[in-house]
Design a protein around this ligand. Sequence first.
Ligand SMILES: Cc1ncc(COP(=O)(O)O)c(C=O)c1O
Length: 461
Amino acid sequence: MADQWASSVDLHVDLRQGTPPAAALADAVRAAVRSGRLAIGAPLPSTRALAADLGVARGTVTSVYSRLAAEGYLTISQGAPTKVAEFSCPPGQARSAPEPEPYTFGARWNFMPGLPDVAAFPRQHWIAATKSVVTNLPASDLGFPAPGGHHVLREALAGYLGRARGVIADPDRIVVCAGFAHGLAVLAGVLRSRGIDSLAVENPSMPAFHDVVRAAGLPMTPVAVDESGLRVSEVDSPAVMITAAHQFPLGMPLDARRRMKLAGRDDTVIIEDDYDGEFRYDGRQIGAVQPLAPERIVYAGTTSKTLTPALRLGWLVLPRWLVEPMREALHAGGRAAGVLDQLVLAEMITSGRYDQHVRRCRSAYRRRRDRVLSAVADLPFTPQGIPAGLHLLLELPGGVSEVDCQAALRKRSVVAGALGTHWFTDGPHPQGVVVGFGAPAQHAFTPGLNALVSALRSIAE
Ligand SMILES: Cc1ncc(COP(=O)(O)O)c(C=O)c1O
């Protein structure tokens, strides 16, 4: 029964201070119904699940559901999920076309890799930190932002990255950017202008970043990855981009010997994309490669996995020779991360709230990872990359194609990654589905997992 209640719909509840939670929730549900984002007949989350997601009393959700039923938006029936009512739209008023959520392609159950559980965003702590920052902000901070990022955030990050990831991170080496994709775009241009004529990329790797590098005019050369990570001896470019802690999307770490070998190459600039280094579940501490060669490694981090990709906040820890060129390029680009968000993040870090949130998420994601593994245990898929991160790879058994697998998922309204989109080159490659177990909201995880497993079972049989 609990499964029928759950829904992956994010209600976009705005729990601003001053707005009573009941009013905010009621407004959000009305807006979602009117816009068509919640379709007629769609089930709502159970009162228990939604109350837990929003951090409000269960009675608040119950009373809002009753009120909206009275207003004609919802139907409540004993022992069944509360649903969007059939005549919830005033007669004659057309429902505007629902706006599909980016990256989910309208699917109900979202297992796309790359996303954290955004419903777990620490709203109350972010609000409290924002209040404290805005209250105490000197007027001078409301001018144009410094191109390399506010010094208060750079100092907070230096402390955090040193203790959490072992990075050598003097604040003067750090530049703040609007997410890794932005930092990479600027960095690729700077490297190119300094004579770097190609960038080696892991094959497979994140296709969106291939586009970013291509747009910056830097040619790429793919380098194969095996069970020990990138085949370092095959790198034949003056620069290379790696996901050393948790290869994306295959999931293995770069082994110790190859790390040393890569770091020892005096003629190679390394971009270390440490996108989910905070999430490791096997007790092994896999630190950053950057401390092995801080004058040649650009270490990159982001809030996109720890908090939300909506923030667009990331950072690069640079070799000293790249600091000024990068600051200049960030200035010339005219795009800097917003100062208020930077200062709120700094406040979250220095108050310990950021670490607390990461710790809580790490336990929650580990439980989810375990649930996925036990749910697929009797199926002929081979899980890979399981000791870390927010996604795992299920390699398909022989005779099952990615096309069939994606079709079976779509049929059950599940969206998950296709390994095939991550290869840089054509050719026979292992086939798989990349399961982003971080993405669903807590209340949607169990029914979403059931739908995912039922799709996989249908093609395995
Ligand atoms: C491999 C990898 N690196 C980095 C990122 C973070 O990118 P950004 O900070 O631009 O959101 C992601 C996000 O999906 C990713 O999958």
